[in-house]
Design a protein around this ligand. Structure first.
Ligand code: SAH
Length: 481
């Protein structure tokens, strides 16, 4: 390591880390540089060095990558929420595909398949159906709203997040106007005074219904009738409420919700399933792509109407309900009791009777049900949080030996680890597809089909090209351009 702090280094960025930093090398030593794009030739200033890698700050771009674009959002750098805004969307998709492929190959040891092309977004902007804006004051005392800068709690004013819906801005302006008119103070974190902490907005993309919920350091909202009247002038306004959170905490929502207008929830649909969404409910933030993700999972599950399916880590039962119409019976397992209440309510709302939900840990409920009650599964679907599945859960899956395991993953590194575990125990990867739910951001979802049987001749498995061929052809295509 021949470098010290503030040295200027020259390097080419050839990869992106999980948190969106560009990665490049000098003499075999790895550097992480924020605000860069794969293919950029840059100069960077050394900030910090560890044994095997270091951090540097972008000094100037010597040769911009062919994939570099001007970030659309003026606050992209300060906010940091969209790590990939400087990268053309097509290239974001390639980056995500490549990341999943490398994880499956290097960490999962998978050689046996050709990946299906990533399902990208038609419109990679304004796709989020939910937004939470903190309120505060600027240095002149004016009421502002926006986002927290980087990892701090300083609010940077930003009227319009380009991932959120157009209506956000109008709603927030109405609320700011109302607060100014009636001298309603925003919350001040350091002194724990003031009233309005955050504003939560949700929109049902399929129904056009809008929900507004003010999160308050108090139990009453003065002149609420005026606010309600002003907000109701917006088309689609369906639910207005406030949530009480008087704790000194970073957690946004408190327990209690007070309705000001409407029933306290909005409805939305994914596919032909209806959902009731309250301010506290978990609901996928990108419903358009979520439907494509679930359709992929449904296709991989290969249901004919005769199957018994277990949906582990089921949340509010979204995948369970999606599968239930094509299965004999679906069992869902989820650790959060309130999510299971929502799941049961959603099943009722849709008249779906062949589902049953358990509250508990997947790694406890599944072994218990298997050993005590001898439950059976043709298909097991898992959709775990980022840390992946617990070993006890995977062991029970292997013991139960369902013909198909459909693994829905939000972290391809832990997916690959778990796939390796299952492969060593007789399962093979049959199909893989990534779905982009988070344009401009580094995250990506993956659906992976594993099976312990030989694929039938009529199965939709395309083994004609290996993963390596697939990427070699892509790379060659790129180089010939
Ligand atoms: N399948 C759902 C939710 C997936 S998110 C959907 O598509 O909407 C992952 C879920 O796993 C969360 O709801 C989380 O609460 C739950 N979870 C986390 N650890 C768990 C465990 N050990 N057992 C069961 N559920 C768990």
């Amino acid at each position: 390591m021949n470098w010290k702090k503030n040295d200027v280094i020259t390097l080419t960025i050839d990869d992106i880390s999980e948190d969106g930093s560009g990665i490049g090398k000098t003499e075999g030593y790895t550097w992480f540089v924020k605000d860069t794009v794969i293919g950029d030739g840059i100069e960077a200033r050394v900030m910090k060095m560890k044994k095997n890698y270091g951090f540097a700050r972008l000094h100037r771009v010597l040769e911009p990558s062919a994939f570099r674009v001007e970030p659309r959002c003026p606050a992209a750098k300060a906010c940091g929420g969209c790590q990939l805004q400087a990268m053309a969307y097509e290239e974001q998709l390639r980056f995500k595909e490549r990341k999943v492929y490398h994880h499956l190959k290097r960490l999962g040891g998978v050689e046996e398949l050709s990946p299906e092309p990533i399902i990208g977004m038609e419109h990679p902007w304004r796709y989020r159906n939910k937004a939470q804006f903190p309120f505060g004051r600027d240095k002149d005392g004016r009421i502002i709203y926006g986002f927290y800068a980087g990892r701090t709690h300083a609010i940077i004013q930003q009227e319009d997040c380009l991932l959120g819906v157009e209506e956000n801005r109008e709603i927030l302006e109405i609320i700011r106007g109302y607060m100014e008119d009636f001298h309603i103070p925003p919350y001040d974190e350091s002194s724990h005074t003031g009233l309005v902490r955050h504003v939560l907005i949700r929109k049902g993309f399929a129904t056009g219904e809008l929900m507004v919920c003010l999160i308050m350091n108090g139990t009453a909202l003065p002149h609420a009738d005026v606010l309600v009247k002003r907000l109701r002038s917006l088309q689609g306004m369906t639910s207005i409420s406030f949530n009480v959170n008087m704790d000194r905490t970073n957690v946004i929502l408190g327990e209690q919700v007070v309705k000001l207008y409407g029933k306290g929830y909005i409805t939305d649909t994914i596919g032909d399933i209806r959902y009731q969404i309250s301010p506290q409910s978990f609901y996928q933030v990108n419903p358009v792509q979520t439907e494509k993700l679930y359709e992929t999972a449904l296709e991989y599950a290969g249901l004919t109407g005769e199957e018994t399916v277990w949906d582990l880590y089921c949340g509010i039962g979204t995948i369970s309900l999606f599968l239930a119409r094509r299965a004999k019976k679906v069992y869902g397992v989820e650790i959060i009791p309130a999510a299971i209440e929502d799941a049961r309510e959603n099943a009722r709302l849709n008249g779906i009777l062949n589902v049953e939900f358990y509250v508990g840990r997947a790694e406890e409920v599944l072994p218990e049900q298997y050993h005590k009650n001898k439950v059976y599964a043709d298909v097991i679907v898992v959709d775990p949080p980022r840390k992946g599945c617990d070993k006890a859960c995977l062991d029970t899956i292997v013991e139960m030996g369902p013909e198909r395991v459909v693994y829905v993953s939000c972290d391809s590194a832990t997916l690959a680890r778990d796939v390796k575990y299952l492969r060593e125990r007789g399962y093979k990867v049959r199909r893989v597809r990534t779905v982009d739910l988070f344009g401009q951001c580094v995250h990506v979802e993956t659906v992976c089909l594993l099976s312990n049987r030989k694929p039938k001749p009529d199965a939709h498995v395309k083994l004609s090209r290996s993963m390596d061929d697939y990427y070699r052809i892509k790379e060659e295509g790129k180089n010939n351009q």
